[in-house]
Design a protein around this ligand. Structure first.
Ligand code: SAM
Length: 203
């Protein structure tokens, strides 16, 4: 099944709590963003944001320049419906990340459990080039993937697990590693998935 078809199917057939990655509040991501003390008008983009609650949380905190990109139009339809009027304050982009050709530069790039679906070395390098191109000079990035102690699949698809060193090497040309931390995500099914989050700053 094609990548897009897979995700349209997921968001058309499963409720939010029927997917392993569900969080009612994305605390790790919100804490990371707030600790950066970005101005509220900072340009923030969430890659593969799906219908997660990150946009809701950032809108509540007063951020005004938010973008969500996802391959699934259905996911975006769902988050727009949930946000109601507030959806007008977010820019939504339906695109495969690998086809994303940004027309502006972002101050903060967030990716929780999207990057790890790229398993092909050429596509991984393409992603790194896209972040580099999209990020403002001195912009920040937070990437969350399954760690090498985490699952090998997500949503039935193969993923690539990462170690801190592996992520550092991938991004080292243009990014300084600020730090990494591991997180046990408790899924709605009562299982645990070990994530690795690494934060980078554009050199
Ligand atoms: C595991 S979910 C994580 C969703 C969200 N980031 C969260 O933490 O709740 C992966 C998301 O990435 C999106 N996605 C997968 N591959 C993608 C790609 N190549 N380009 C853009 N979005 C993609 C899916 O549609 C889905 O919303």
């Amino acid at each position: 099944m094609e990548r897009k078809e897979h995700w349209e199917n997921v968001f058309s057939t499963k409720t939010e709590k029927e997917v392993s990655w569900y969080q009612d509040y994305p605390k790790t991501s919100v804490d990371y963003i707030t600790a950066l003390h970005l101005p509220l008008e900072a340009k923030i983009i969430d890659i593969g944001g799906g219908d997660s609650y990150l946009m809701d949380a950032l809108l509540d905190l007063g951020y005004t320049n938010l973008t969500l990109l996802d391959i699934s139009a259905k996911a975006i339809e769902r988050i727009k419906a949930r946000l109601g009027e507030k959806a007008g304050k977010v820019t939504f982009i339906v695109s495969d990340i690998l086809d994303f050709n940004p027309t502006e530069q972002y101050d903060f790039w967030h990716d929780r459990a999207c990057f790890h679906f790229l398993t092909d070395a050429v596509q991984i390098q393409q992603y790194v080039a896209i972040v580099t191109n999209a990020l403002h000079h001195k912009g920040n990035v937070l990437i969350g993937t399954f760690s090498d102690k985490g699952p090998k699949k997500c949503s039935g698809l193969d993923i690539k697990q990462y170690s801190q060193e592996h992520l550092r090497l991938l991004f080292e040309k243009d990014f300084e590693l600020k730090g990494c931390f591991s997180e046990d995500h408790h899924t709605p099914f009562g299982t645990i998935q070990n994530f690795l989050f690494c934060g980078f700053k554009r050199k």
